[in-house]
Design a protein around this ligand. Structure first.
Ligand code: ZN
Length: 235
């Protein structure tokens, strides 16, 4: 135990490398990799916390966060935000095979929020339950775009949470487009597809515009929720 404590104490004193993740981003010309630093993650978590707070999440609430192992750069800030809010959370893998975990959390916890469900998970769940019945009474449902469409068709007022290139887009209660943090990203439209560029030089993606392979448009006027963060409407 002594040895372990010493080792941990020493590890805490070491500078960790600034890079937390390398994220692959699909562009029309192939996949590019971008660096995400620990500082980036901390700022992303602070913004995410504001967004979740605006949706009514608070201390004591329970949330389920569903994401895949390679999506840490986008979902670690979500976890951090929930932690800072004092919410209790469970995580499930976004791949369809882990859908049973979503059901267990749904049964065992009084979920206030379900964040990040994928189309695969919904697909797997819909073979067993009426997904509308499962999620209709959950106050905050933010899922992947395909899953949102499906849930809306089933009568659930689902919003969107989704990686947008290296950024994260989070829809507010107005359900009129998913917000992107304007202190970090410029979002724009290039011939019907979306593009993002970092606002700050310290963001390791660099300031070059990253054209995505995601179709959509950008709304820049202030949202009825009061936020000036631009919104993307996908599709
Ligand atoms: Zn809004």
């Amino acid at each position: 135990m002594m040895v372990r404590r010493d080792t941990l104490a020493r590890a805490c004193m070491l500078d960790h490398p600034p890079t937390a993740y390398l994220v692959p981003v699909k562009r029309p010309d192939g996949v590019a990799e971008y660096e995400v630093t620990w500082d980036d993650l901390a700022r992303d978590a602070a913004w995410t916390q504001e967004r979740l707070q605006a949706l009514g999440l608070e201390r004591g609430h329970c949330a389920l966060v569903s994401f895949s192992g390679h999506e840490g750069a986008w979902f670690q800030p979500v976890i951090e935000a929930l932690r800072n809010l004092g919410a209790t959370y469970g995580t499930a893998e976004a791949m369809g095979w882990d859908h049973a975990r979503t059901r267990v959390f749904h049964r065992e916890l009084d979920l206030h929020a379900v964040l990040g469900l994928s189309t695969d998970t919904l697909e797997a769940l819909s073979g067993q339950v009426m997904i509308g019945d499962l999620f209709r009474d959950t106050p905050v449902i933010l899922v992947r775009p395909g899953a949102a469409e499906r849930l809306r068709a089933a009568g659930v007022r689902a919003g969107i949470i989704a990686p947008l290139g290296p950024a994260l887009a989070i829809e507010c209660a107005e359900r009129s487009g998913a917000h992107v943090n304007r202190s970090e990203w410029h979002v724009s439209e290039r011939d019907g597809v979306l593009a993002v560029a970092a606002v700050r030089e310290k963001r390791a993606t660099g300031l070059d515009e990253i054209v995505l392979d995601t179709a959509g448009r950008v709304l820049t006027e202030r949202c009825a929720c009061g936020s000036d963060d631009p919104r993307v409407v996908l599709g």
